[in-house]
Design a binder for this molecule. Structure first.
Ligand code: PLP
Length: 369
C-alpha cells in the first residue's frame, strides 16, 4: 500500500463542484482584488475565530510581518520566538527590523513554556510570538499572564492550528493581533498563497488594512509606506467554501490521530504527541520522536510510506541567521527535537486501514531494533 504524506485529492474531489462554482462566480463578476469575496471571507473567518476583525493578506509570512509593523516594532526591539519553529516566525521579526530572541520549548509538547520565556525577558523585549506548532495549542493562560506582568504584547502564529482551542477559546483570538496562513497544505488551505490577521483591536485591524494595500485607505492617497499583500478574490472564494468543511476535516484528523495513538502506544523508544490539559488540538501534523528517526523514515519509505521532518534545521543554525552568532549547542532542546522528530501521514480522507498499515510497519521496525 503506497501512502503519500499528504493527499488533497479526496478532499478536493468532494467539493469540486462547489469550488468551481465559486471560481466561476468571481470570473463572471470580474472583481479580482479586494472585492466582495474577501470582505465576506473576512466576516466569516472572524466569526469562527471568535474575533471582531480579520484582514486577508497575501500569505502567512506577510500576516506576521504586517502585524509586527502595526504593533509598531522598532529597530533593535526584541521579540521572543520559539527556538524550534518554522523559519517564517523569525523572518517576520527580522523583516520588521526586530531581533528574534529564541526561547526553548517544553520538550514534551514542542511548544513554548512560560518559565523559559520569563528568563529571556530583557528591557528591550516588546512581545512574544507563541506558535501553535503541529496544531497543538500553547498554554495561552500562562503566556498571557506573563506578558501582562511585563507589559508585552502577544501575537499568535496560528498557521498550523485553524480550529484549535485553549480551554474552549479558539487559538488566534488571544493575542493583540494574530497571524495565520492558508498555504495549500495547512488545515484551511487555499489553491495557492493566502494569509490573514485576526484581532479584536480596531486600530490594529485598520493599520493592517492600510499596510496590505500601499498604505492607502482612499484611492491614490498613501497614509503610510505600505506593501502590496492582498488576499485575492479567487482564493477568498475557495476559502469560503472550504471553511464550511473545516469542522468535518478537523473531526477526521482527530479520529485518525486517536487511531495512531492507540496503535502506537507502549513502544519503547517511540515518543508520541503529548496533549496538555486544556488544549484541543487540530493535528495539522502527527509528530513522533525517536533517536532512530532516519532509520525509521527509511524503513517506512521502503514500505511505500512517505513521512517528513518538521523541521530538520532549527532557525538559529540556518545560514540566514549566521549573523546572530548562535552556535550549534546553543539551543539543545530545539536541536534534539530536530534530529528526532518524524511527521507521519495524516490527512482528511485517509482511511483507518492506512493508519493501521503505517502502525504495523513502525512496529515491525521496532521488533528488529
Ligand atoms: C506555513 C507557516 C507560516 C508561513 O506561511 P506562508 O503562507 O507559507 O507564508 C508561518 N508560520 C508557521 C508556523 C507556518 O507553519
Amino acid at each position: 500500500m503506497r501512502i503519500p504524506f499528504l493527499s488533497l485529492a479526496g478532499q478536493h474531489e468532494a467539493i469540486k463542484d462547489e469550488v468551481l462554482g465559486a471560481l466561476a462566480n468571481v470570473y463572471d463578476r470580474q472583481s479580482f482584488v479586494l472585492g466582495e469575496q474577501v470582505a465576506a471571507f473576512e466576516r466569516e473567518y472572524s466569526q469562527v475565530s471568535g474575533v471582531a476583525y480579520t484582514v486577508g493578506v497575501g500569505n502567512g509570512l506577510d500576516a506576521l510581518h504586517l502585524s509586527l509593523r502595526a504593533l509598531g516594532l522598532q529597530p533593535g526591539d526584541e521579540v521572543l520566538v520559539p527556538s524550534n519553529t518554522y523559519i517564517a516566525t523569525w523572518l517576520a521579526v527580522s523583516l520588521a527590523g526586530g531581533v528574534p530572541v529564541p526561547v526553548e520549548p517544553d520538550w514534551r509538547t514542542s511548544n513554548l513554556d512560560a518559565a523559559q520565556l520569563a528568563a529571556a525577558i530583557t528591557s528591550r523585549t516588546r512581545g512574544i510570538i507563541p506558535v501553535h506548532l503541529y496544531g497543538q495549542p500553547c498554554d495561552m493562560s500562562a503566556i498571557l499572564a506573563l506578558a501582562a506582568r511585563h507589559s508585552l504584547w502577544v501575537m499568535e502564529d496560528n498557521a498550523q492550528a485553524q480550529g484549535a482551542s485553549w480551554h474552549g477559546q479558539p487559538t488566534g483570538s488571544f493575542g493583540q493581533v494574530n497571524a495565520t496562513s492558508f498555504y495549500p497544505s495547512k488545515n484551511l488551505g487555499a489553491l495557492g498563497d493566502g494569509g490573514a490577521i485576526t484581532t479584536n483591536d480596531a486600530v490594529l485591524a485598520h493599520t493592517v488594512r492600510q499596510l496590505r494595500n500601499y498604505g492607502t485607505e482612499r484611492r491614490y492617497v498613501s497614509e503610510t509606506i505600505g506593501y502590496n499583500s492582498r488576499l485575492d478574490e479567487l482564493q477568498a472564494a475557495v476559502l469560503r467554501v472550504k471553511l464550511h468543511h473545516l469542522p468535518e476535516w478537523t473531526r477526521q484528523r482527530r479520529e485518525l490521530a486517536d487511531r495512531y495513538t492507540a496503535y502506537l502506544a507502549d513502544i519503547p523508544g517511540l515518543r508520541l504527541p503529548f496533549v496538555v490539559a486544556g488544549a484541543t488540538p487540530v493535528w495539522h501534523l502527527y509528530v513522533v520522536h525517536t533517536p532512530w528517526r532516519d532509520a525509521l523514515q527509511q524503513h517506512l519509505a521502503a514500505a511505500g510510506i512517505e513521512s517528513l521532518v518538521h523541521y530538520p534545521v532549527p532557525p538559529h543554525l540556518q545560514p540566514a541567521y549566521a549573523g546572530l552568532g548562535l552556535p550549534a549547542g546553543a539551543f539543545p532542546i530545539a536541536e534534539e527535537l530536530a534530529t528526532t522528530c518524524l511527521s507521519l501521514p495524516l490527512w482528511p480522507g485517509m482511511t483507518e486501514a492506512m493508519i493501521e498499515n503505517v502502525a504495523t510497519v513502525i512496529k515491525d521496525f521496532y521488533h528488529h531494533q
